[in-house]
Design a binder for this molecule. Structure first.
Ligand code: AMP
Length: 559
């Protein structure tokens, strides 16, 4: 078993052995794999850095940020066909499996995968589907902030502490309040925003540059331009001023400019923190440690907000990019009964309220549909199972349509529909005991997946096959078909992921260089490509080393 952090921007894989959790690197020595997929000109599927590099020169050849579309019916066209977010995620998961198998030297079939606490049912189901396509069984879906707290709890098993995990990733924001004591990690409350993250900061910064400096990149340069601004954004985390090159002009941009340009995004952070604190019935003063998770939490504006509004410096003992993967590995060891974690216990909560739609008789003889009736309140400790009883509106009513919603609004139109179930056989006579009555049981498991069971009182008939409609999730046949499409053909050394990554990077550099340097690169590339044709691993390794040495100075800032 392995623990996987399937991130919006990057993904990581980790394991936990007797010495504790550790992140595993790929053959390039990198442990962050960009969550990007693409198709090369010859039809080869590229994953990770190779795909990211390809998107810079050929933006329509693949896709990044598909995690944001998980659980929807979104589709992307590249490489001559349509791809779903589930298929793209499956490719990343398959790459994680491959990296782990390579390093651990054995086949991997099970995993713990982390998801944002704010992921709803369809997004979780979609993640499980992606794992199936990648050939991985999901032992547990673990909420990302909970994973972070587990990694933290693993390091400090004897301390009592009330902890706030502030997780700002590429595309999602989660806040979780937990208590860690005597090896028990207990989640008190979770809150967040499923569409708020570091990428929104990059978008806001790009919009600011357009408005203030009057520059918009031409259509075919947009990916490259965004990449430039992404790097400047990161630089502004440590530097006060950076130089933005627009054509042959240099425009200085200060950290204050960046903070000002993105303050409407930063303003969306605090309401989620306040809600998590309220739900946990705690004041900021009662929080003993704040743990920052996710690359975007490095930004000074975030650290300042934590200091100002929570009254303390954030903990920096764990690397925000790796802490979620480490926690997933701790959970993996918990599932497998590993000796490193035998004293650790975890309890989690469901982050949203779950319930059904009801009609209310606000005036006699007139009922008004569209109201949300919660069965499980948000932040209930899981696993949990609750029953509520409902009635038909008329004795002659044959059937009812049970609509299941997730959210916090009183009206269902403002909540998220996660499925519906038709309940037949409800017609009754007025005098019949329990006529038209049915019990609805909601069971929410540790993976955050909801099961609904309906029992009709008069007949004791049970209905458990729920959610006739689950947009974005796949049938068994669809999974088999996706699996077939993604099955790799025989791999030539040229197609090995490390070599593909090298070639994509070299091609990208080739497009940037001119003159003598371009000629030298061309020579190195020729040597490398002839080495690949020999299919001799020693010759390939020597040529690869030469090419890497040539390219290293140009990418020093990126890796
Ligand atoms: P994650 O999904 O946790 O990998 O988060 C990645 C996000 O963090 C991306 O949006 C990055 O732009 C952002 N990020 C990473 N490093 C930094 C940094 N040093 N300063 C600002 N943002 C960063």
């Amino acid at each position: 078993m392995i623990g996987i952090d399937l991130g919006t921007t990057n993904s990581l894989v980790a394991v936990c052995d007797d010495t504790g959790p550790r992140v595993i690197s790929n053959e390039l020595g990198e442990d962050l794999t960009p969550s990007v997929v693409a198709v090369a000109e010859d039809g080869t599927i590229l994953v990770g850095r190779a795909a990211r590099d390809r998107l810079i020169t050929a933006p329509d050849s693949g896709r990044a940020f598909f995690k944001r579309d998980m659980g929807t019916t979104a589709g992307y066209h590249f490489g001559g066909r349509r791809w779903t977010p589930v298929e793209c995620s499956a490719l990343i998961l398959r790459e994680m499996k491959r990296i782990a198998e390579l390093q651990l030297g054995r086949e991997i079939t099970s995993s713990v995968i982390t998801v944002p606490a704010y992921f709803h049912d369809q997004q979780r189901q979609a993640t499980v589907d992606a794992a199936k396509i990648a050939g991985l069984k999901v032992e547990r879906l673990l909420n990302e902030p909970t994973a972070a707290a587990l990694a933290y709890g693993f390091n400090r098993q004897d301390d009592l502490s009330t902890l706030l995990v502030f997780d700002l990733g590429g595309g999602t924001f989660d806040v979780t309040v937990l208590e860690c004591f005597d090896g028990v990690v207990e989640v008190k409350a979770s809150s967040g925003d499923g569409r708020l993250g570091g990428e929104d900061y990059t978008d806001a910064f790009t919009a600011w540059v357009t408005k203030e400096l009057g520059y918009t990149a031409p259509a075919d340069q947009q990916m490259k331009w965004r990449n430039t601004l992404e790097h400047l954004k990161r630089k502004l985390t440590t530097e006060e001023t950076v130089d933005l090159q627009i054509g042959d002009k240099n425009a200085p941009v200060t950290r204050t400019d960046f903070i000002e340009a993105t303050k409407h995004i930063t303003a969306r952070l605090w309401p989620a923190v306040r809600r998590a604190l309220n739900d946990a019935q705690l004041t900021p003063k009662q929080i003993e440690a704040v743990l920052l998770v996710g690359g975007a939490s490095r930004m000074p504006a975030v650290q300042e907000m934590v200091l100002r509004d929570l009254g303390q410096e954030a903990q920096r003992s764990l690397d925000p990019d790796r802490v979620v993967a480490l926690g997933a590995a701790v959970q993996q060891a918990l599932c497998a009964g590993g000796s490193a974690v035998k004293d650790l216990v975890l309890t989690d909560v469901c982050p949203h309220s779950l319930g059904v739609e009801v009609a209310k008789a606000l005036l006699p003889g007139h009922s008004q549909p569209g109201y949300f009736d919660p069965i499980l309140d948000r932040n209930t400790t899981v696993p949990v199972s609750r029953i509520r009883t409902y009635y038909t509106m008329h004795p002659q009513q044959d059937e009812a349509l049970l609509k299941v919603y997730q959210g916090e609004s009183r009206l269902t139109k403002d909540n998220h529909l996660i499925g519906q179930l038709r309940i037949p056989g409800l017609r009754c006579t007025p005098e019949q005991k329990d006529g038209g009555t049915f019990d609805v049981r909601f069971t929410y498991d540790m993976n955050g997946i909801l099961e609904v069971e309906v029992t009709i009182r008069t007949t004791q008939k049970k209905l458990t096959e729920v959610f006739e409609q689950r947009p974005g999730t796949m049938s068994r046949e669809q999974i088999a078909e996706a699996l077939r499409k993604l099955t790799p053909l025989k791999v030539h050394p040229r197609e090995a992921p490390a070599n593909r990554a090298r070639l994509e990077r070299a091609q990208r550099l080739f497009a940037e260089l001119v003159g003598v340097l371009r000629d030298s690169l061309s020579q190195e590339l020729d040597i490398f490509e002839s080495a690949l044709e020999t299919q001799d691993s020693k010759i390939i390794a020597t040529a690869a080393m030469r090419l890497d040495a040539f390219m290293r100075p140009y990418f020093a800032n990126e890796d």
